[in-house]
Design a protein around this ligand. Structure first.
Ligand code: MG
Length: 160
């Protein structure tokens, strides 16, 4: 068995009046994330961690923000596509651990829905997908509510 790990990080800016998508779930809030796609910062960090673990580049290479095909796209489709790329290379996903850094809104009540939604997209057990949320104690851009960041770490494996 060959094991590999990967890390991912992403940031998107918050803007008033935009829909907020996090972990594939729509969350009621005054602000949403700005981006070429639906700007789901958590999914983007997970995609980059998976691509990194397989040394398959990054999300910007696979889904360029200059390509109109990805304008407003549901990031769950990008994640499904990344999982397919890994599976074509013979990799299975061991587990995913992720963090969302946001001052507001309170994310804890939405985490079960995010885990269920993304575990379904990735074809893994919900127990193999951990999502955590933290504020930054009003410090930095997340704390000033100018943006939201996300970190992800993954383990993938291949039978050899
Ligand atoms: Mg992004």
């Amino acid at each position: 068995m060959r094991f590999r790990t990967g890390i991912g990080f992403d940031v998107h800016q918050l803007k008033e009046g935009l829909p907020l998508w996090l972990g594939g779930v729509r969350i009621e809030h005054t602000h949403g994330l700005l981006g070429h796609s639906d700007a789901d910062v958590l999914i983007h960090a997970i995609c980059d961690a998976l691509l990194g673990a397989a040394a398959l580049g990054d999300i910007g290479q696979h889904f360029p923000d200059t390509d109109p095909a990805y304008k407003g796209i549901d990031s769950k489709k990008l994640l499904a596509n990344v999982c397919q790329l890994l599976s074509q290379k013979g990799y299975s996903i061991g587990n995913v651990d992720a963090i969302i850094c946001a001052q507001r809104p309170k994310l804890m009540p939405h985490i079960p829905a995010m885990r269920q939604t993304l575990a379904n997209v990735m074809g893994i057990d919900i127990d193999d997908l951990s999502i955590k949320a933290t504020t930054t104690e009003h410090l930095g851009f997340e704390g000033r509510e100018e943006g939201i960041s996300s970190y992800a770490s993954v383990l993938i494996y291949k039978n050899e």
